[in-house]
Design a protein around this ligand. Structure first.
Ligand SMILES: Cc1cc2nc3c(=O)[nH]c(=O)nc-3n(C[C@H](O)[C@H](O)[C@H](O)COP(=O)(O)OP(=O)(O)OC[C@H]3O[C@@H](n4cnc5c(N)ncnc54)[C@H](O)[C@@H]3O)c2cc1C
Length: 468
C-alpha cells in the first residue's frame, strides 16, 4: 500500500487506540480525534469521578472465536505488564457464580469449549473434589468462595466456577499507555471539545454515490483524509448501572479481604428468572482499586416485555435502559426519527431504582459488610450494543471507494481486547474479504441482519428512559 495513505480516526477510546497503533505499524498516516481533552486528563478516572476498570474473561459459552481472541489478548496483556512494569492487567481470577446450586447451561458449554481448547485445567468447579484439589495445589483455593443461597431450606450455597485466567484491566492506565505508544510511533492526536469533537464526515459526490474525504470538527476546521474511521453506526446505546463503595485504608480487615490478591472478580446471573427460566440480568464486582473503591455493575438483559402485568413490571425493572433522542436528518438507523445515544455525564449520575434494587440484592449476599452502607458514587455507563453483541468492523458499503470504515459495537465486552483488536481490524481494513483474521465473518457489516438483541424495541418500549 501507499506509505502516505492518511486515516482520520474518530475516538481515542479502546477501539480507536487499538486500531490507530495497528494501522501506524502498517505505515498509514494516522490522526485520532477525540472530544475529551485526554492530553490534559491523561485518561485520569478522577477527572470524571469514575472507576475505569473492566473485567477480563475468556469464558464465552459457544462463542469460541471470542474465547480464542481473549486468550490471544491475555498473552499480550501479560507481555505488556512485563515490558511496561505497570499492572495494566490484574490476573485476580474470576468467580462465575451460578444462579443456583447447580451449573447452568451456559456454564456447561463454556467448560466444554475450554476442554476442547485444552484449557479446562484453568477452571475450578466448586463442587468437584478434583477441581478443589487442583485449586489448592495451585494456590487458588482461597478464591473459590462459598455464598449461601438466601432462604434455602437446606443451607445450600451457590455453585461457582473459578476461572484462573480471568481478572481485570486498569482501563484508564491502559488507554494512556496505548495513547502514548501510538504517539511515540507517530500517530497524531487532536483533543478537546472544539478541536477534537467531530461534527460531521466530509463527503464528496462521486457519480450517484458519496465518498468520505475527511472530517469536520466543531471549531469549523475540515481535516482531509483518504479514509475515515467512524465508531458509531448501526448500533444502539444502552445504559448499564455502576455503584461504588469506598474502603478506608485504616480498615485493614476489609482492605485486605477485597484486595485483588485475596478477592476475585465475581459475576452472578441474578435471579429472579423469567417464565422460560432465562436469567434477567447480571451483577458483577471487581476487587478494590488502590484507592479503595469497590465497583459493582448491573447489566439487565434485553428481552421484549411480556404482557402479563406482574411479570411485565418485574422484567422491565431489570432491563437495560435506552435513551432515545431525535436523530440527525438522514441517519439510516433511526427508528421513528430517533436513536438511542448516551446521556450526558451530568444526567448519568443517578441510576434507576430497579438497578439499585438488583445491586442491593447482590450486596446482601456477596458483600455483606456493605449492606446498608451508602454508595460512594453511582453512574449510568453507556454500552454501544450491536444487533448480536458482536463487533462491527468493516467498510460502510454506502460510501464509495472504501472511504468509510467502522470499528465499533463493543457491546459491553470490548475493553479486554485492546492489545489485539486493532491487529485484526487492520487486517480487515487492508484486505477486506481476503483478510486472514478468523474474526472477519463475525465482524462484517450486516445490513440484512434483523434488528435483535433489544434493538428492535425502539423508542416506544418502556426501557426507553430518554425524555424528548
Ligand atoms: C458499564 C460498562 C461496563 C463494561 N465492562 C466491560 C468489562 O468488564 N470488560 C470488557 O472487556 N469490556 C467492558 N465494557 C466494554 C468496553 O468498555 C467497550 O467495549 C469499549 O470501551 C468500546 O470502545 P470504543 O472505542 O468503541 O468506545 P470508548 O472506549 O467509549 O471510546 C469512544 C471515544 O470516542 C470519543 N468520541 C465519540 N464521538 C466522538 C466525536 N463525534 N468526536 C470526537 N470524539 C468522539 C469519545 O469521547 C470516546 O473517547 C464495558 C462497557 C460499559 C459501558
Amino acid at each position: 500500500m501507499s506509505e502516505t495513505k492518511s486515516v482520520a480516526v474518530v475516538g481515542a477510546g479502546i477501539f480507536g487506540l487499538s486500531l490507530a497503533v495497528a494501522l501506524r505499524d502498517k505505515g498509514y498516516l494516522v490522526t485520532v480525534f477525540d472530544r475529551h481533552a485526554y492530553d490534559e486528563t491523561q485518561y485520569d478516572p478522577a477527572a470524571d469521578e469514575n472507576v475505569q476498570a473492566a473485567s477480563f474473561r475468556a469464558s464465552y459459552g459457544t462463542k469460541l472465536h471470542y474465547q480464542r481472541l481473549a486468550l490471544e489478548s491475555r498473552q499480550e496483556w501479560i507481555a505488556i505488564n512485563k515490558s511496561s512494569g505497570i499492572d495494566l492487567f490484574v490476573p485476580s481470577g474470576m468467580l462465575r457464580v451460578q444462579p443456583s446450586d447447580e451449573l447452568g447451561a451456559l456454564e456447561k458449554e463454556t467448560l466444554a469449549n475450554m476442554e476442547r481448547d485444552g484449557i479446562r485445567e484453568t477452571q475450578f468447579v466448586k463442587s468437584l473434589a478434583e477441581d478443589r484439589k487442583r485449586a489448592k495445589a495451585q494456590g487458588w483455593e482461597g478464591k473459590l468462595l462459598e455464598f449461601p443461597i438466601p432462604d434455602s431450606t437446606d443451607a445450600g450455597t451457590y455453585e461457582a466456577v473459578l476461572d484462573s485466567l480471568g481478572g481485570f484491566m486498569r482501563c484508564s492506565h491502559a488507554c494512556l499507555y496505548f495513547q502514548q505508544l501510538a504517539a511515540s510511533k507517530g500517530v497524531g492526536f487532536v483533543f478537546g471539545n472544539q478541536r477534537g469533537d467531530v461534527e460531521s464526515i466530509v463527503e464528496e459526490a462521486v457519480g450517484d454515490k458519496k465518498k468520505a474525504v475527511g472530517v469536520k470538527t466543531k471549531d469549523g476546521i475540515i481535516h482531509k483524509a483518504d479514509l475515515v474511521l467512524d465508531l458509531s453506526t448501526h448500533l444502539e446505546s444502552s445504559g448499564g448501572s455502576l455503584a461504588t463503595f469506598k474502603i478506608d485504608k485504616d480498615n485493614k480487615a476489609l482492605w485486605d479481604k477485597y484486595s485483588p490478591e485475596n478477592f476475585p472478580v465475581i459475576t452472578w446471573k441474578s435471579t429472579p428468572r423469567n417464565k422460560t427460566g432465562k436469567d434477567t440480568g447480571s451483577v458483577y464486582v471487581l476487587p478494590r482499586t488502590p484507592d479503595g473503591l469497590v465497583k459493582i455493575g448491573f447489566r439487565g438483559i434485553k428481552v421484549r416485555p411480556e404482557s402479563s402485568c406482574g411479570l411485565f413490571f418485574s422484567l422491565i425493572l431489570r432491563q437495560q435502559f435506552t435513551n432515545f433522542q431525535p436523530a440527525p436528518e438522514g441517519v439510516p438507523f433511526a427508528q421513528d426519527g430517533k436513536w438511542s445515544i448516551p446521556m450526558s455525564p451530568r444526567d448519568s449520575c443517578t441510576i434507576p431504582e430497579a438497578a439499585v434494587d438488583s445491586i442491593w440484592q447482590f450486596v446482601k449476599i456477596f458483600l455483606p459488610e456493605f449492606d446498608q452502607v451508602p454508595f460512594h458514587s453511582t453512574k449510568l455507563c453507556w454500552y454501544t450494543d450491536s444487533l448480536d453483541n458482536s463487533f462491527v468492523i468493516d467498510y460502510v458499503p454506502t460510501y464509495t471507494g472504501n472511504s468509510l470504515f467502522v470499528c465499533t459495537g463493543g457491546s459491553g465486552h470490548g475493553a479486554k481486547f485492546l492489545p489485539v483488536l486493532g491487529k485484526h481490524a487492520a487486517d480487515i481494513l487492508q484486505n477486506g474479504d481476503k483478510a486472514t483474521s478468523f474474526l472477519r465473518p463475525f465482524w462484517r457489516w450486516r445490513p440484512d441482519a434483523p434488528r435483535r438483541n433489544g434493538l428492535e424495541d425502539g423508542p416506544d418500549c418502556p426501557r426507553n428512559i430518554g425524555q424528548t
